[in-house]
Design a protein around this ligand. Sequence first.
Ligand SMILES: [Zn+2]
Length: 240
Amino acid sequence: MSKNQKRLPLIFHAEVLQRIRQHARSSMEAEICGVLIGLIRDGQVVVNASIEGEHATSGGAHVTFTQETWEHIYRTKDRQFPHQKIIGWYHSHPGFGIFLSEYDTFIHENFFSAPHQVAWVYDPHSDEEGCFAWDKGKLKRLKTITVVNPKADQDEKPRPEPDPASLRDGTSSQSGLGRLVAGCRKFFMRFGWSRRPESANQELDPETTPATSAAPDESPRAGGPTSDDKPKPATSKLAE
Ligand SMILES: [Zn+2]
C-alpha cells in the first residue's frame, strides 16, 4: 500500500471519542496518548476501540511512546483485540490547540505510516479536537469524519467543514468536526456520562442508561420508554 492511495471513509464509534476525552481530562497539564483500534471492512476504516498509552512521557508540546508504552499496547491488543488493527493514535494538547507539531509528525511518519492510519488530537481545555490523515503523501486535517453510536442505534452523518472565510475572526474556530463531536458530547452528557462523575471510567451502558428516558426535553412520547425501547428519537436529536 502506498501513501498515495485514495483515503477510505473514516468512521469513529462515539464511545471511543468519549474515552479519549475522559483520558485527556484526567491530565489537564501533561499530555496523554494512546492508540486507536479498529477494522478495515467494506471499504471503510472503522475505529471501535482505543488503548491508553501507559508509561508515556510528555514534555513541551509532545508526547513520547516509550518501549513500555508499546509493550503495554501490544499486550492489550493481543488480549482484547487480536483480530483488529491499529488505526492510528491519539494524544492531548492541554491548552495549546489542535495541530500536529514537528515531533507529532515524526511519530506519525515513523509509527503510523500506513495509509489508513490517522492521528487524533484533543485539547481538554478548549474541548477542541481534530483528526489528521494521510492525503497524497502529506498529513492533513480532515474536514469531516463520521461518528456512529452503534450501541444506541445512532448514526451521525458527516458534515462539511465551514468555509475558511467564516472562521476568519479566529475567536472560536470550532470546525464542522468539532461541532459534530460536540453533538456527541452533548449526547453523552445528557445520557449518563455526567450523571455518574464518580465512575467516569465506566462505559456508557445503553442497557441500563436508555437514551430515550434520560432526555428531559425529548418528545412527549419519550415519557415512558423502557430499556427495551429502541432509542429512535435520539437519532434526530443528535443530528440537529
Ligand atoms: Zn502533539
